[in-house]
Design a protein around this ligand. Structure first.
Ligand code: ASP
Length: 293
Protein backbone atom coordinates (compact mmCIF):
# COMPACT_ATOMS: atom_id res chain seq x y z
CA UNK A 1 0.00 0.00 0.00
CA UNK A 2 1.17 3.54 -0.76
CA UNK A 3 2.30 5.36 2.41
CA UNK A 4 -0.12 8.06 3.56
CA UNK A 5 1.11 11.59 2.96
CA UNK A 6 0.15 13.82 5.90
CA UNK A 7 -1.52 17.15 5.26
CA UNK A 8 -2.90 20.00 7.33
CA UNK A 9 -5.36 22.79 6.53
CA UNK A 10 -6.13 25.81 8.72
CA UNK A 11 -8.44 28.83 8.61
CA UNK A 12 -8.75 32.19 10.29
CA UNK A 13 -12.38 32.93 9.53
CA UNK A 14 -14.72 33.78 6.65
CA UNK A 15 -16.48 37.08 5.98
CA UNK A 16 -16.05 40.27 4.00
CA UNK A 17 -12.59 41.26 5.19
CA UNK A 18 -9.34 40.60 3.36
CA UNK A 19 -6.49 38.84 5.12
CA UNK A 20 -3.78 41.03 6.71
CA UNK A 21 -0.12 40.24 6.13
CA UNK A 22 0.36 39.39 9.82
CA UNK A 23 -2.63 37.02 9.73
CA UNK A 24 -1.21 35.35 6.60
CA UNK A 25 2.22 34.99 8.22
CA UNK A 26 0.63 33.55 11.37
CA UNK A 27 -1.41 31.02 9.38
CA UNK A 28 1.71 29.96 7.44
CA UNK A 29 3.67 29.52 10.68
CA UNK A 30 0.83 27.53 12.24
CA UNK A 31 0.60 25.26 9.17
CA UNK A 32 4.35 24.65 9.33
CA UNK A 33 4.20 23.65 12.98
CA UNK A 34 1.20 21.40 12.36
CA UNK A 35 2.76 19.73 9.34
CA UNK A 36 6.13 19.13 11.04
CA UNK A 37 4.31 17.40 13.89
CA UNK A 38 2.52 15.13 11.41
CA UNK A 39 5.77 14.51 9.54
CA UNK A 40 7.41 13.33 12.76
CA UNK A 41 4.57 10.90 13.40
CA UNK A 42 2.27 12.90 15.70
CA UNK A 43 -1.45 12.25 15.54
CA UNK A 44 -3.82 14.43 13.53
CA UNK A 45 -5.44 15.38 16.84
CA UNK A 46 -2.19 16.80 18.27
CA UNK A 47 -1.41 18.61 15.02
CA UNK A 48 -4.87 20.22 14.97
CA UNK A 49 -4.61 21.28 18.62
CA UNK A 50 -1.10 22.73 18.29
CA UNK A 51 -1.95 24.57 15.07
CA UNK A 52 -5.01 26.15 16.64
CA UNK A 53 -3.03 27.10 19.78
CA UNK A 54 -0.73 29.26 17.65
CA UNK A 55 -3.71 31.08 16.14
CA UNK A 56 -5.37 31.51 19.57
CA UNK A 57 -2.18 32.88 21.13
CA UNK A 58 -1.52 35.39 18.31
CA UNK A 59 -4.40 37.71 19.20
CA UNK A 60 -4.80 38.29 15.44
CA UNK A 61 -8.01 36.29 15.12
CA UNK A 62 -11.33 36.11 16.94
CA UNK A 63 -10.21 33.32 19.28
CA UNK A 64 -8.17 33.00 22.48
CA UNK A 65 -6.27 36.25 23.08
CA UNK A 66 -8.14 37.95 20.23
CA UNK A 67 -11.66 36.79 21.15
CA UNK A 68 -14.52 39.25 20.77
CA UNK A 69 -16.58 40.36 23.74
CA UNK A 70 -20.26 39.71 24.18
CA UNK A 71 -22.53 42.73 24.66
CA UNK A 72 -21.94 42.77 28.42
CA UNK A 73 -18.20 43.25 27.77
CA UNK A 74 -17.19 39.69 28.69
CA UNK A 75 -15.29 37.32 26.38
CA UNK A 76 -16.99 33.94 26.32
CA UNK A 77 -15.32 31.48 23.98
CA UNK A 78 -16.28 28.19 22.33
CA UNK A 79 -14.08 25.39 20.97
CA UNK A 80 -14.27 21.76 19.91
CA UNK A 81 -12.04 18.98 18.63
CA UNK A 82 -12.75 15.52 17.19
CA UNK A 83 -10.81 12.55 15.84
CA UNK A 84 -12.03 10.16 13.18
CA UNK A 85 -10.78 6.78 14.35
CA UNK A 86 -13.00 6.24 17.37
CA UNK A 87 -15.18 9.34 16.91
CA UNK A 88 -13.92 10.81 20.17
CA UNK A 89 -14.78 14.47 20.71
CA UNK A 90 -14.48 17.21 23.30
CA UNK A 91 -15.85 20.74 23.49
CA UNK A 92 -16.25 23.79 25.70
CA UNK A 93 -18.78 26.62 25.40
CA UNK A 94 -18.94 30.04 27.05
CA UNK A 95 -15.54 29.51 28.65
CA UNK A 96 -13.80 32.61 30.04
CA UNK A 97 -10.36 33.98 30.77
CA UNK A 98 -8.10 31.34 29.17
CA UNK A 99 -5.74 31.59 26.20
CA UNK A 100 -6.39 28.12 24.77
CA UNK A 101 -10.03 26.93 24.68
CA UNK A 102 -8.94 24.27 22.15
CA UNK A 103 -6.77 22.63 24.82
CA UNK A 104 -9.69 22.73 27.24
CA UNK A 105 -11.78 20.95 24.59
CA UNK A 106 -9.08 18.31 24.12
CA UNK A 107 -8.88 17.78 27.87
CA UNK A 108 -12.67 17.33 28.06
CA UNK A 109 -12.23 14.59 25.46
CA UNK A 110 -9.23 12.95 27.09
CA UNK A 111 -9.82 13.44 30.81
CA UNK A 112 -13.58 13.18 31.23
CA UNK A 113 -16.43 10.88 30.26
CA UNK A 114 -18.20 13.84 28.61
CA UNK A 115 -18.18 15.69 25.31
CA UNK A 116 -19.21 19.25 26.25
CA UNK A 117 -18.65 21.44 29.31
CA UNK A 118 -20.16 24.93 29.50
CA UNK A 119 -19.90 28.25 31.29
CA UNK A 120 -18.20 28.93 34.62
CA UNK A 121 -17.83 25.21 35.27
CA UNK A 122 -15.96 24.77 31.99
CA UNK A 123 -13.71 27.63 33.12
CA UNK A 124 -13.21 25.91 36.47
CA UNK A 125 -12.24 22.69 34.65
CA UNK A 126 -9.70 24.58 32.50
CA UNK A 127 -8.21 26.30 35.54
CA UNK A 128 -7.96 22.99 37.36
CA UNK A 129 -5.90 21.74 34.42
CA UNK A 130 -3.74 24.88 34.61
CA UNK A 131 -4.52 26.17 31.15
CA UNK A 132 -2.79 29.53 30.73
CA UNK A 133 -4.89 32.53 31.75
CA UNK A 134 -5.45 35.60 29.58
CA UNK A 135 -4.15 38.93 30.82
CA UNK A 136 -6.99 40.68 32.60
CA UNK A 137 -8.81 43.11 30.30
CA UNK A 138 -10.34 46.37 31.50
CA UNK A 139 -14.09 45.93 31.76
CA UNK A 140 -16.47 48.07 29.74
CA UNK A 141 -19.46 50.11 30.91
CA UNK A 142 -22.57 48.05 31.50
CA UNK A 143 -25.56 48.08 29.19
CA UNK A 144 -29.07 47.35 30.36
CA UNK A 145 -30.53 44.09 29.05
CA UNK A 146 -33.00 46.09 26.93
CA UNK A 147 -30.21 47.99 25.17
CA UNK A 148 -28.27 44.76 24.62
CA UNK A 149 -31.33 43.32 22.87
CA UNK A 150 -31.48 46.40 20.66
CA UNK A 151 -27.78 46.18 19.72
CA UNK A 152 -27.82 42.48 18.92
CA UNK A 153 -27.21 41.71 15.24
CA UNK A 154 -29.01 38.98 13.36
CA UNK A 155 -26.17 38.22 10.98
CA UNK A 156 -22.81 39.18 12.44
CA UNK A 157 -19.98 39.75 10.02
CA UNK A 158 -16.94 40.29 12.19
CA UNK A 159 -15.81 36.72 11.97
CA UNK A 160 -12.27 35.43 12.52
CA UNK A 161 -12.84 32.06 14.12
CA UNK A 162 -9.87 29.71 13.75
CA UNK A 163 -9.84 26.03 12.85
CA UNK A 164 -7.86 23.18 11.35
CA UNK A 165 -8.21 19.70 9.87
CA UNK A 166 -5.38 17.19 9.48
CA UNK A 167 -4.55 13.73 8.18
CA UNK A 168 -1.80 11.76 9.91
CA UNK A 169 0.43 8.90 8.76
CA UNK A 170 -1.89 6.28 10.24
CA UNK A 171 -4.78 7.52 8.07
CA UNK A 172 -6.67 9.20 10.89
CA UNK A 173 -8.30 12.58 10.36
CA UNK A 174 -9.09 15.19 13.01
CA UNK A 175 -10.87 18.54 13.08
CA UNK A 176 -10.99 21.46 15.50
CA UNK A 177 -12.22 25.03 15.82
CA UNK A 178 -12.03 27.85 18.37
CA UNK A 179 -13.93 31.15 18.47
CA UNK A 180 -14.93 34.25 20.33
CA UNK A 181 -18.28 34.18 18.51
CA UNK A 182 -19.82 36.88 16.31
CA UNK A 183 -20.33 40.62 16.56
CA UNK A 184 -22.83 42.02 19.02
CA UNK A 185 -24.09 38.81 20.60
CA UNK A 186 -26.16 38.50 23.73
CA UNK A 187 -24.33 37.24 26.81
CA UNK A 188 -24.62 33.47 26.85
CA UNK A 189 -24.91 33.12 23.08
CA UNK A 190 -23.25 29.93 21.79
CA UNK A 191 -22.61 29.34 18.09
CA UNK A 192 -21.84 26.31 15.96
CA UNK A 193 -18.19 25.95 16.94
CA UNK A 194 -18.59 23.73 20.05
CA UNK A 195 -21.47 21.73 18.61
CA UNK A 196 -20.21 18.44 17.18
CA UNK A 197 -21.67 17.90 13.72
CA UNK A 198 -22.20 21.65 13.20
CA UNK A 199 -18.84 23.43 13.64
CA UNK A 200 -16.64 20.34 13.35
CA UNK A 201 -16.85 16.67 12.50
CA UNK A 202 -14.28 13.92 11.86
CA UNK A 203 -14.79 10.33 10.79
CA UNK A 204 -12.16 8.12 9.15
CA UNK A 205 -14.92 6.57 7.05
CA UNK A 206 -15.78 9.92 5.43
CA UNK A 207 -13.62 12.93 6.32
CA UNK A 208 -12.90 15.89 8.58
CA UNK A 209 -14.59 19.30 8.46
CA UNK A 210 -13.97 22.60 10.28
CA UNK A 211 -16.45 25.45 9.79
CA UNK A 212 -16.45 29.20 10.15
CA UNK A 213 -19.18 31.72 9.51
CA UNK A 214 -22.55 32.68 10.84
CA UNK A 215 -23.08 30.07 13.54
CA UNK A 216 -26.86 30.32 13.76
CA UNK A 217 -27.16 29.31 10.11
CA UNK A 218 -24.47 26.60 10.33
CA UNK A 219 -26.26 24.93 13.27
CA UNK A 220 -29.61 24.80 11.49
CA UNK A 221 -28.09 22.86 8.59
CA UNK A 222 -25.72 20.77 10.79
CA UNK A 223 -23.15 21.62 8.16
CA UNK A 224 -20.05 19.65 9.23
CA UNK A 225 -21.85 16.32 9.56
CA UNK A 226 -23.90 16.93 6.42
CA UNK A 227 -20.69 17.48 4.41
CA UNK A 228 -19.27 14.22 5.84
CA UNK A 229 -22.45 12.40 4.87
CA UNK A 230 -22.04 13.62 1.28
CA UNK A 231 -18.44 12.37 1.30
CA UNK A 232 -19.82 9.02 2.48
CA UNK A 233 -22.06 9.00 -0.60
CA UNK A 234 -18.96 9.16 -2.78
CA UNK A 235 -18.86 12.90 -3.52
CA UNK A 236 -15.50 14.65 -3.77
CA UNK A 237 -14.49 17.12 -1.05
CA UNK A 238 -15.17 20.07 -3.35
CA UNK A 239 -18.57 18.84 -4.53
CA UNK A 240 -19.71 17.95 -1.01
CA UNK A 241 -18.61 21.34 0.36
CA UNK A 242 -20.22 23.35 -2.43
CA UNK A 243 -23.49 21.41 -2.28
CA UNK A 244 -23.92 21.90 1.47
CA UNK A 245 -22.85 25.56 1.42
CA UNK A 246 -25.36 26.16 -1.38
CA UNK A 247 -28.04 24.51 0.74
CA UNK A 248 -27.01 26.81 3.62
CA UNK A 249 -27.59 29.84 1.40
CA UNK A 250 -30.86 28.74 -0.17
CA UNK A 251 -32.52 27.24 2.92
CA UNK A 252 -31.49 29.62 5.71
CA UNK A 253 -29.80 32.55 3.93
CA UNK A 254 -26.61 31.47 5.70
CA UNK A 255 -22.98 32.36 5.19
CA UNK A 256 -19.92 30.25 5.95
CA UNK A 257 -16.63 28.81 4.84
CA UNK A 258 -15.31 25.31 5.29
CA UNK A 259 -12.20 23.13 5.33
CA UNK A 260 -12.86 19.57 4.13
CA UNK A 261 -10.29 16.75 4.13
CA UNK A 262 -10.74 13.07 3.29
CA UNK A 263 -8.70 10.17 4.73
CA UNK A 264 -7.16 9.81 1.25
CA UNK A 265 -5.79 13.34 1.44
CA UNK A 266 -8.24 14.90 -0.99
CA UNK A 267 -9.32 18.34 0.27
CA UNK A 268 -11.32 21.50 -0.41
CA UNK A 269 -11.44 25.01 0.99
CA UNK A 270 -14.78 26.51 0.05
CA UNK A 271 -16.76 29.60 1.09
CA UNK A 272 -19.92 31.50 0.20
CA UNK A 273 -18.60 34.68 1.84
CA UNK A 274 -16.50 37.05 -0.26
CA UNK A 275 -13.33 36.05 1.65
CA UNK A 276 -11.96 33.25 3.77
CA UNK A 277 -8.52 33.41 5.38
CA UNK A 278 -7.15 29.91 5.04
CA UNK A 279 -4.40 27.69 3.75
CA UNK A 280 -2.88 24.22 3.57
CA UNK A 281 0.45 22.45 3.51
CA UNK A 282 1.55 18.92 2.67
CA UNK A 283 5.28 19.56 3.11
CA UNK A 284 5.95 20.34 -0.57
CA UNK A 285 7.18 23.83 -1.42
CA UNK A 286 5.77 26.50 0.90
CA UNK A 287 2.37 26.56 2.64
CA UNK A 288 -0.40 28.09 0.52
CA UNK A 289 -2.31 30.87 2.34
CA UNK A 290 -4.84 33.22 0.74
CA UNK A 291 -8.21 34.82 1.41
CA UNK A 292 -10.14 33.57 -1.63
CA UNK A 293 -10.59 30.01 -2.89
N1 ASP B 1 -18.96 30.35 13.66
C1 ASP B 1 -18.63 31.29 14.69
C2 ASP B 1 -19.83 31.54 15.55
O1 ASP B 1 -20.91 31.71 15.01
C3 ASP B 1 -18.13 32.59 14.16
C4 ASP B 1 -17.09 32.53 13.08
O2 ASP B 1 -16.87 31.49 12.49
O3 ASP B 1 -16.44 33.54 12.82
O4 ASP B 1 -19.69 31.62 16.74
Amino acid sequence: MKPIRPIILAHGGAGSRTITSSQAACLRGALQVGYHLLDRGSSALVAVEQTIRILERSGLFNAGNGAHRQLDGVRRMDASIMEGERLRAGAVASIEGIVHPITAALLVMEETAHVLLVGPLATKFAKYHRIELQKRQPTRGRLSYGSMLKQMTTKGDRHGTVGAVALDRSGTVAAGASTGGIDRMLPGRVGDTPIIGCGVYADNETGAVSMTGWGESIMRVAVAKTICDRLGQGKTAGTAARWVLQKLVTRVNGSAGTLVLTPRGQFAISHVTSHMAAGWWDGKGKPTVRDQF
